[in-house]
Design a protein around this ligand. Structure first.
Ligand code: 13P
Length: 263
């Protein structure tokens, strides 16, 4: 059985004092941590070191929001995998839709594949984001887009194991819009991704890879989405900035992972 995973993507939000306050509140609300859910927060690069300290001993884990593919050199403003590893972070979000579509550099699939290989070589775990735009969904291209982004990102990583990869299905139209995918839409997309994964990395790995859903997850829709058979948790944006709502979403992941006995 796949262990649930819930990660908070803080994006470019919070400064140091509120970030510390958020982690302190999360420690309080998530103590003890549900034993069957992995939980991580992904702050901006500059806060990785202080947040590692704030998280120390809590069982909550740390992730970065991106990484550069080269190990070192004249790449002003970029951050390498080894630098991220130095902070104690374990995960790296890659190919987020805001980096593919919104932010100046418009990351493409080849770049994302190189970064995925670099993250894996550095012994960190990529959280690979894929997802279709609204126009692509309306044109009936959702599965094709997911297949393409997945296959392109995994070029050169075909021998990856389940523990080395997390995927996040994030439909672009659901990110920050308040309009989440329905549980059935999420399940359809996740099942499609897992079918494709079987072909690319083999069944054993595909069955073990956790596929998260991201896009307007809130405390009131999380449980239903996480209960889908191929949804293994969530990548949470806006709702991860409040300790109350993020903790509620983490708890929503727990019952599905550990069915309570009927007695
Ligand atoms: P929201 O939860 O704010 O829609 O953002 C989702 C997301 O992009 C997580 O990476």
């Amino acid at each position: 059985m796949r262990r649930k995973f819930v990660a908070g993507n803080w994006k470019m939000n919070l400064t140091l004092a509120p970030a510390r306050a958020l982690v302190a509140a999360l420690r309080e609300r998530l103590s003890p941590l549900p034993p069957n859910v992995d939980v991580a927060v992904c702050p901006p690069f500059v806060y990785l070191f202080p947040m590692a300290k704030s998280l120390d001993g809590s069982g909550l884990q740390l992730g970065a929001q991106n990484a550069y593919e080269e190990p070192e050199g004249a790449f002003t403003g970029e951050v390498s995998v080894a630098m991220i590893a130095d902070t104690g972070a374990r995960y790296v979000i890659l190919g987020h839709s805001e980096r593919r579509h919104t932010i100046g550099h418009h990351e493409d699939d080849r770049m994302i594949a190189r970064r995925l290989r670099a993250v894996r070589a550095g012994k960190l775990v990529p959280i690979l984001c894929i997802g279709e735009t609204l126009a692509e969904r309306k044109a009936g291209q959702t599965n094709d887009v997911l297949s393409f982004q997945l296959a392109a990102a995994l070029i050169g990583s075909e021998s990856i194991t389940a523990a080395e990869l997390i995927i996040a299905y994030e439909p672009v139209w659901a990110i920050g819009t308040g309009q989440n995918a329905t549980p059935a839409q999420a399940q359809d997309a996740h099942a499609h991704i897992r079918r494709d994964l079987r072909r690319i990395v083999g069944s054993a790995t595909a069955d073990g890879v956790r596929i998260l859903y991201g896009g307007s997850v809130k405390p009131d829709n999380a449980a239903e989405i996480f209960a889908q058979p191929d949804v293994d948790g969530g990548l949470i944006g806006g709702a991860s900035l409040s300790a109350d709502s993020f903790a509620a979403i983490v708890r929503a992941a727990a019952p599905a992972a550990q069915p309570v006995s009927a007695r």
